[in-house]
Design a protein around this ligand. Structure first.
Ligand code: C2E
Ligand code: CA
Ligand code: CA
Length: 766
């Protein structure tokens, strides 16, 4: 029976996950062996069996006591001494075991014989024979040493548990007291049986009982007082507020956290808890509804501070379903809610300006458009000119301020709840506004005012705005913004305009401009860019030379006059590539003509005003003429007076350089734009090209004729020959001849044609 109980305990402790469980199972296992060997001894009367069982009994009881010590070290928290004690006890156990086993050889521990009834020799701890009256156990000298070792092994745990019992807090005494009592009992039981010389040995019963106690206290026992104490402490110290109510809804407990939250003083009775909670929730939380548990969120304002509480109510029922009480848990979620709100805000707003970010702006625009299908809207965007430059020149802090100010501009501009705005790029803002509410003048003034923030001459602060009138509300918002930016792109380089409306052709222009820019390099390389020549004719009708005019023979677009692409390239500076190429073409043609015996013919090439900013024009042109070993006066250079808009001295020097090198410099388009007669005096040119605007006007306007005549005369007086462009009719030829014009260029004589055609038709005909 005892064996079965111990086996049961052993199995349970093996399954337990407690840290102490392995120690308990070791004790129980080693308890089984002396128990079983003792039983065999009691039942046997064969000397060999008895001898073997006694040996096993002695060895296993020492090992049992060793493990008992190991358990006690753990149970009583003497881990610190474990290494030392383990060493000593393990050595003693090993020596004792070897010594007992060697009894087979030395016969120094005990002797078994079959003799008189119940002879025990009065040695404690040795079982007597049960009903086998003639078994004689004789104790020899080592047996006494073995007993002494066993005694030491027994006293050590006793000492440990006694010390721990007295040292530990009252709460924990229970767990030591149980084992201590069982241990002391088993010592007395053991000693008692040894002293009474009981013929029927029952001493192992004591040890077994002790083993069972060890199991119960170490594995199964959880002190209820401790649990209660802990629960109370936990409730009192948690950061959540807790209130208990009895079945009559009277508050019976309020923990310190709840006292803080509800403003209940430490000396105030818990009774006020119900009223205070009622005040916070604004409703009777325990009464309403037939709930078992419910949750709510409440706000409390205290001075400037606002607190947010999540409150849970739970009703408690007994097994019969009768209400026995309830409790409330109050969690302070102020910080968490604030953090969550901030995260939500940051996910949808721009950090710097606090207005919507691009994603949220898109969403809002889409929503407003969907909700208002009958209303008309504008998409307005703004862009700060040269923002990167402003950043570099004035610093990041200033640039940030500028952005914040621009965002404020939109905020101030909001007139109703259908307006939405957001930051949609580093320096770009977008706004959706009902068209009827958009006041262009106010907006224009507003964006101009932002510029006053502190621009300077070098980097003025200019904000451009583009407006797109939404026609198709299903168009992606990004495409709407694109259109409004295209409107801005059209006025980026226009000093006077700040606001532009999107027009469909602006979009096409922009796409075309991108195409031209992307393709120009490969067009030059693949020979799509070609020089066309238009003859220049003398008064006598003789072809003296030609102007070289660029053409682009595009594989898809077909034949393109310069008006289709030069403006774009002039804007982005790529015109210089075309000009250099055309100049070289002209040089090559002149060289060939020279070799073919026509060194009398010249060619005029155009030099764009932009070229002077991009390259060293004299160096390039002189270089080319030298490369082809040309007579420099065979290459004429057409320059418009617009190059004199700035850096006049520098430009004059450049012109002088070209003339000094031997080139003939012509003033192109004279009379168009802001020509002044003064310019003719200042600009050192060799030939004057009269713009065709004059001719268009002459038919009807006598005044124009007079001015033309004046110009030609003035040029003559300065010894500058005049060539008239755009001559289309014989009347014009007659008029110009009469006025004293020297040369003519125009459709009347020849259209611009390819080199082949020029050589075949024009040159051969003349
Ligand atoms: P431009 O230098 O004033 O060139 C004369 C323009 O007048 C040419 O137009 C020519 O075809 C046109 N034209 C000639 N005779 C008549 C006429 O009787 N009636 C009319 N209505 N037009 C006539 P195109 O070839 O379209 O060139 C336009 C402008 O493009 C040129 O004006 C010039 O400023 C520029 N350009 C052409 N080729 C080059 C080039 O290789 N480099 C640079 N920088 N500019 C070029
Ligand atoms: Ca020209
Ligand atoms: Ca011209």
């Amino acid at each position: 029976m005892l064996v079965l109980v111990i086996v049961f305990c052993l199995v349970r402790s093996l399954r337990s996950e407690k840290e102490i469980a392995p120690f308990v199972s070791q004790c129980l296992f080693w308890l089984l062996i002396p128990l079983v060997s003792n039983m065999v001894i009691a039942l046997s009367n064969k000397v060999a069996v008895l001898e073997f069982c006694f040996t096993v009994y002695f060895v296993s009881s020492t090992i049992l006591l060793y493990y008992c010590n190991m358990f006690m070290i753990k149970y009583c928290h003497f881990e610190h001494y474990r290494p030392l004690l383990n060493k000593i006890l393990l050595t003693l156990t090993a020596v004792d075991a070897v010594s007992v086993v060697s009894n087979y050889i030395f016969k120094h521990t005990f002797d078994i014989s079959i003799g008189d009834v119940g002879t025990h020799n009065g040695i404690p701890g040795i079982p007597g024979a049960l009903g086998m009256e003639n078994v004689v156990f004789t104790s020899l000298w080592y047996h006494k040493i073995h007993l002494a070792v066993a005694g030491l092994f027994v006293l050590l745990p006793l000492a440990m548990i006694t010390v721990r019992f007295f040292k530990s807090s009252k709460l924990y005494r229970d767990r030591y007291a149980g084992i201590l009592i069982a241990y002391v009992f088993s010592i007395f039981w053991e000693s008692f049986h040894v002293f009474i010389n009981d013929p029927v040995d029952q001493s192992v019963i004591g040890i077994s009982v002790c083993g069972i106690f060890i199991y119960i206290y170490a594995i199964e026992y959880i002190p209820s007082v401790l649990m209660d104490e802990m629960k109370t402490t936990v409730i009192a110290t948690v950061s959540d507020g807790v209130l208990f109510f009895d079945e009559n809804r009277k508050c019976i407990y309020v923990n310190p956290a709840a006292r803080m939250q509800l403003g209940i003083g430490n000396n105030e009775s818990a009774k006020v808890g119900f009223g205070k909670l009622h005040e916070l929730t604004g409703e009777d939380p325990l009464e309403s509804g037939n709930y078992i548990s419910k949750k709510m969120t409440c706000k409390k304002v205290e001075g400037d501070e606002e607190y947010i509480y999540d409150i849970e109510f739970h009703k408690l029922h007994d097994l019969q379903g009768k209400l026995i009480g309830s409790f409330a848990k109050i969690q302070d979620t102020t910080e968490r809610t604030k953090r969550e709100n901030l995260n939500k805000f940051l996910a949808t707003h721009d950090k710097l300006t606090g207005i919507y970010n691009i994603d949220r702006f898109y969403e809002e625009v889409r929503k407003v458009l969907t909700d208002n299908p009958d209303k008309k809207f504008y998409i307005v965007t703004s862009d700060i000119k040269d923002f990167k430059l402003i950043n570099d020149r004035f610093g990041r802090e200033f640039a940030d301020k500028l952005l914040i100010r621009t965002a404020e501009l939109f905020k101030e501009f909001v007139t109703d709840d259908l307006t939405r705005y957001g930051r949609i790029g580093s320096d770009k803002f977008g706004c959706l506004i009902e068209s009827s509410r958009f006041d262009e003048q106010i907006f224009k003034t507003a964006i101009q005012e932002v510029g006053n923030l502190g621009s300077d001459k070098v980097v003025p602060i200019i904000i451009h705005a583009g407006i797109y009138e939404i026609e198709d509300k299903n168009m992606p918002v990004a495409a709407m913004l694109d259109r409004s930016f295209i409107a801005i792109a059209g006025i980026k380089n226009d000093a006077d305009r700040r606001i532009a409306y999107y027009e469909e052709h602006a979009r096409e222009e922009m796409l075309w401009s991108q195409k031209v820019t992307e393709q120009i390099d490969s067009a030059i390389q693949s020979g799509q860019i070609v020089p066309y020549l238009q003859a220049q004719v003398s008064r006598e009708g003789k072809v003296v030379g030609a102007e070289v005019l660029v053409r682009w023979i595009h594989p898809v677009e077909g034949f393109m006059p310069p008006g289709k692409f030069l403006g774009i390239l002039e804007k982005n500076g790529m015109i210089a590539k075309i000009d250099r190429y055309i100049w070289e073409c002209a040089c090559r043609i002149l060289k060939r003509w020279e070799e073919e015996g026509r060194p009398d013919l010249y060619l005029s090439v155009n030099i764009s005003p932009k070229d002077f900013y991009i390259m060293d024009v004299p160096k390039e042109i002189i270089g080319l003429a030298d490369k082809y070993k040309l007579d420099k006066n065979r290459l004429r250079l057409e320059i418009t007076e617009s190059i004199m808009m700035d850096d006049v001295d520098e430009k004059l020097k450049t012109i002088d350089k070209l003339r000094d090198a031997g080139f003939i410099v012509e003033m192109d388009d004279f009379g168009s734009g802001y020509s002044s007669l003064n310019m003719l005096k200042d600009m050192p040119v060799d030939v004057l090209k009269l713009d065709m605007v004059f001719l268009k006007d002459t038919a009807a306007n006598e005044r124009t004729k007079k001015i033309m005549s004046l110009i030609i005369n003035l040029a003559k007086s300065l010894n500058i020959p005049v060539i008239a462009e755009g001559v289309e009719t014989v009347e014009q030829v007659d008029l110009l001849t009469e006025m004293g014009c020297d040369y003519f260029q125009g459709y009347y004589f020849a259209r611009p044609v390819s080199l082949d055609e020029y050589e075949q038709k024009t040159l051969n005909a003349s």
